[in-house]
Write a protein that binds this ligand. Structure first.
Ligand code: CO
Length: 296
C-alpha cells in the first residue's frame, strides 16, 4: 500500500479516535439525537467526512439504528448502547465501535466481546486464513457463555466503499481464503441469545444505487443531495437538514426513490430472540510486513 494512502487512513483514524473519546463520555439522560449531531460535527470539523451516520443501537438492537429527525430518546443507565462510528478522509475509511453500559449490568458481556476482538486481531495477518478471525471470535465468545451474532460480520474497506471484499464472518466457516494487503474492519457482536438478527421496520439509513433515475420533483431534489455522499451510506435526517423541502415532500420523495430502487435501505437489525447484543470494532491495515490497528 502506498504511503500516501496509509497516511489518509491514519488521518481518518486519528479523527475516529478523537470522536470515540468524546463518545465514551456519554451520560445518563443524554438525548441521542443531540449526541449523534455533536459526534458527527467533531468529524466534519476535523476536515473528515462521516463514512456513515453514527449508529446508536440499544439493547436487542444490533446495528443500523441512528436517531431519526424527530427522535426524543434519552439514554438510560441500564441501556446497552453500541456506538459505531465511521470516518473517512478522501474516501479512506476508519470504522470502529464501542459498547457502553453505564450501570455495568452487562460488563461481562462487553469484556468477553473485547477479548474476542483482541483475539481476532492477533491472528489478522497478511497471508493467514481469513477463517482464523471468525474462529477466534466464535471460540472466545462461546468460552465466556455468549454467542456471536452469526449473520453479522466484518468487512473490507476500500476507498468510498464501506463493505468491500473480504467479508469476515463472526464464526468459523469452511473458507480457505487468505488475507491480502488492504484495510479491513473486524466487528464481533456478542449476544446473550441465539445470535441471529432480523430486519426491523425502521429505516433511517440509505445509500445510492448508481446510474438509476427518478422523475418525481421532490425525489430528484433528494437525489441531488444524496450524490454528495459518493456512494457512502447517509441518514434521512441529513437529507432533511440539507434540503428546503417540506416534511411531506421529503416523505413523498423518499417513497419514490425506494420504489425505483434508487436508494438502497439499511433497515435496523434486531436480535431475533430479543436478547442483549454488544459490539466492538476496530479497523486494520493489513500490510505484507505488518498489521496496523487504526486509531490506537
Ligand atoms: Co463495520
Amino acid at each position: 500500500m502506498e504511503k500516501e494512502i496509509i497516511d489518509k487512513y491514519q488521518k481518518a483514524a486519528s479523527t475516529w479516535k478523537n470522536a470515540i473519546a468524546h463518545a465514551r463520555k456519554i451520560k445518563e439522560g443524554t438525548k441521542l439525537f443531540d449526541f449523534a449531531a455533536s459526534i458527527e460535527k467533531i468529524i466534519t470539523d476535523e476536515d473528515c467526512g462521516n463514512a456513515f451516520p453514527i449508529n446508536l443501537s440499544i439493547n436487542e438492537e444490533a446495528a443500523h439504528f441512528t436517531p431519526t429527525f424527530d427522535d426524543t430518546y434519552e439514554l438510560k443507565e441500564e441501556d446497552l448502547l453500541k456506538i459505531d462510528i465511521g470516518v473517512h478522509f478522501d474516501g479512506y475509511i476508519c470504522d470502529g465501535a464501542i459498547s457502553i453500559n453505564l450501570n455495568n449490568d452487562h460488563a461481562k458481556q462487553i469484556e468477553a466481546n473485547e477479548l474476542a476482538l483482541a483475539n481476532a486481531i492477533s491472528v489478522a495477518e497478511y497471508g493467514k486464513e481469513i477463517d482464523g478471525v471468525g474462529k477466534a471470535i466464535e471460540e472466545t465468545l462461546k468460552s465466556k457463555g455468549f454467542n456471536p451474532v452469526y449473520n453479522l460480520g466484518g468487512h473490507g474497506l476500500e476507498q468510498w466503499d464501506i463493505h468491500s471484499w473480504p467479508s469476515l464472518p463472526n464464526h468459523s466457516n469452511s473458507s480457505t481464503a487468505t488475507l491480502e494487503e488492504g484495510a479491513i474492519a473486524i466487528e464481533p457482536f456478542a449476544s446473550t441469545g441465539e445470535g441471529f438478527v432480523n430486519e426491523s421496520p425502521q429505516v433511517e439509513i440509505f445509500s445510492l444505487n448508481e446510474g438509476k433515475n427518478v422523475r418525481n420533483m421532490h425525489a430528484r431534489k433528494l437525489l441531488t443531495i444524496a450524490k454528495e455522499f459518493k456512494g457512502l451510506p447517509f441518514a434521512e435526517r441529513w437529507l432533511r437538514e440539507k434540503s428546503d423541502l417540506s416534511d411531506f415532500a421529503i416523505t413523498v420523495g423518499l417513497k419514490e426513490l425506494m420504489k425505483a430502487d434508487v436508494f438502497k435501505s439499511y433497515p435496523g437489525l434486531k436480535e431475533k430472540s430479543k436478547a442483549m447484543v454488544s459490539q466492538v470494532e476496530k479497523s486494520l491495515l493489513i500490510l505484507e510486513d505488518k498489521t496496523i490497528v487504526l486509531g490506537e
